[in-house]
Design a protein around this ligand. Sequence first.
Ligand code: GLU
Length: 297
Amino acid sequence: MSAGRYAPSPTGELHLGNLRTAVLAWLFARSTGRRFLLRFEDLDASRVRPGYAEQQADDLAALGITFDGEPVVQSARQERYAEALAALLPYTFECFCTRREIAEAVSAPHGMPGRYPGTCRDLTDAERAARRRVREPAIRLRGGGSEAATDLLHGMITGEVDDVVLRRNDGGTAYQLAVVVDDADSGIDQVVRGDDLLDATPAQARIARLLGVPVPSYAHVPLALNADGVRLAKRDGAVTLSALARHGLGAAEVLTMIAVSLDLAAPGEPVTLAELLTRFDPARLPPEPWIVTGLPG
Ligand code: GLU
């Protein structure tokens, strides 16, 4: 059965932009008769903080967002990622670069910002053996060529496939692999998420094709930005449900703010998600980022 999902990383409280993306993902799924799943992307232990998964689930529930079944938790799924990685090994290479080496190579005259510079792509066996003595390798997809996926808001997304990390050098599964395995295992065929992940899509489509699983359709939705055009963050004032509540703005008021930003309600109009569902039309979503101003705090 087809499904959509919301997949936060439990690294902090959800802010207005995250909550708006969650509302949109729910609207896209429910308006097309899909199941809707919650998944916690908690693979990066250095960023995950205890308690935030529960708080994120509570905040989503406070807005009226409903999920089918229990949340999927990535850290409990290592076996599946290991199986997928084994299947992908012929299409990978070991990478010994540090972050710093990559940053330096990328900023060199012919470097391509945001892309792996190819340093370890074609090491000889002897070079690899020597480097392994110094550092554990990460495993990267041997990208290249282009890949396409359909996006309900952006049309066809076509892009060059980067050499993304599948397994980090600390042995942890990288997001790019987990996301594809999880979406496939959960039967997710509609991915609604922030448009900061547009560039990640070609590599994820490639991974899906190599694993022989369907590529979902996407809707990359605009982010919430502050008045300077920078991604909304804590320093912009009360941006989380708990902070807004301290200023007397409850979940109902926040849902109205989000609905207004989506052109689905008039300022101050009380709404429920069920009402928003009757008004929702993907073709009429504001295509530009949500500029959030006038927050208390
Ligand atoms: N966990 C990612 C985030 O919080 C979202 C990944 C996705 O939706 O594919 O930004």
